[in-house]
Design a protein. Structure first.
Ligand code: GDP
Length: 365
């Protein structure tokens, strides 16, 4: 499954946030945390629709879908030229599918900032520069080789050379690969380079507990937002310290605490949803009397591929997917009624599954 890595300079609130993630995961009975790698935090994906379906179907069991965060250890600064912990940092980033970059926006004189003052843009650039330098290193050997081949007019070498030149120029100007435009064909080539700066990124602005209600007036947050916008990256604003308190609570207690704080949704829930979106993930449901369950799939998947997430047999023996959209089902009030209204479609192998589809797979064993 896809995972988002949590990165950040020291003392920005990473551990506080990651502890909130593991705490929230430990509360849910579905993921016995003893079996999980300590650097991985598994959380439930919050989804109101699952509650509505549960009320409608009244199943024995309801199972949410989950999302994994990875805590990225290692030393950031100098990582691209470093050994040991620095290399570890880069190799861990290589293994994740997206990056959640925690940026310090809270001021607290008791907590030292690595560079002496709170400067979120400098922090962002420090990490991004390491990733850019690592990517430059990744392509440079190939670049030299391809340059020669292109001069010799070797077939396809010019195509490759043009892409690598574009990347190299960007990296030398401290631009990440994700900001560049490529054709579909070029994109396929770029993809297999496994660049760190191609991965989608979300900035997590960590504000102080007293600043949570008025983030608009936080200059540091505004700076992060402006920076993210020109990079087409997302931003969410959280207070890691408050998140660690929220993560101790569940259900009504959690609701009450959020009300007291004057916020609608916990920062962690926002982080989960934003990470899910950034990775192009969506949810479909299965709804039977035994179990109502949410399943994560990648947008663009066909019905057999989505069925394969439940079990490989479902994909192999796929016959059809009886599908109703969540909205149609809720409007009808029951599966039987939806069927009566002709809202349950019989979809075949080519069907592209949509977010919110409620599906019953038919398959041969
Ligand atoms: P890491 O080095 O990035 O993992 O940072 P930590 O999570 O260990 O946090 C460093 C220090 O900052 C700790 O003393 C935290 O309690 C404190 N801290 C983290 N988040 C916040 C916050 O939102 N507000 C305040 N005031 N302190 C925070």
């Amino acid at each position: 499954s896809l995972t988002a890595g949590i990165v950040g300079l020291p003392n920005v609130g990473k551990s506080t946030l990651f502890n909130a993630i593991t705490q929230a995961g430990a509360l849910s009975a579905n993921y016995p945390f003893a079996t999980i790698d300590p650097n991985v935090g598994i959380v439930e994906v919050p989804d109101e629709r699952l509650h509505t379906l549960t009320e409608m179907v009244n199943p024995k069991k309801t199972v949410p879908t989950s999302f994994e965060f990875t805590d990225i250890a290692g030393i950031v600064e100098g990582a691209s030229k470093g050994e040991g912990l620095g290399n570890q940092f880069l190799s861990h980033i290589r293994q994740v599918d997206a990056i959640c970059h925690v940026v310090r926006c809270f001021s607290d004189d008791d907590i030292t900032h690595v560079s002496g003052k709170v400067d979120p843009i400098a922090d962002i650039e420090t990490i991004n520069l390491e990733l850019i330098l690592a990517d430059l290193e990744t392509i440079s050997k190939r670049y030299d080789k391809v340059e020669k081949l292109a001069k010799q007019k070797v077939k396809d070498a010019q195509f490759e050379y043009d892409i690598l030149t574009k990347l190299k120029n960007a990296f030398e100007n401290e631009q990440p690969a994700r900001t560049l435009e490529f054709s579909k064909e070029e994109e396929r080539y770029v993809k297999q380079l496994h660049l760190l700066t191609s991965k989608p990124i979300l900035y997590v602005a960590n504000v102080g507990e007293d600043e949570l209600l008025d983030v608009e007036s936080n200059d540091n947050v505004q700076k992060v937002k402006e920076y993210a916008e020109q990079e087409e990256a997302g931003v969410i604003v959280i207070c890691a310290k408050v998140e660690s308190e929220i993560a101790e609570l569940e259900g009504e207690e959690k609701e009450e605490f959020l009300n007291e704080l004057g916020i609608e949704e916990s920062g962690l829930d926002q982080l989960i949803k934003a990470s899910y979106n950034m990775l192009g993930l969506a949810t479909y449901f299965t709804a039977g009397e035994q179990e109502v369950r949410a399943w994560t799939f990648k947008k663009g998947m066909t019905a057999p591929q989505a069925a394969g997430i439940i079990h490989s047999d479902f994909e192999r023996g796929f016959i059809r997917a009886e599908t109703v959209s969540y909205e149609d089902l809720v409007e009808a009030g029951s599966m039987a009624k939806a069927r009566e209204n002709g809202k349950v479609r019989l979809e075949g192998k080519e069907y592209i599954v949509q977010d919110g589809d409620v599906i019953h797979f038919r398959f041969n064993v």
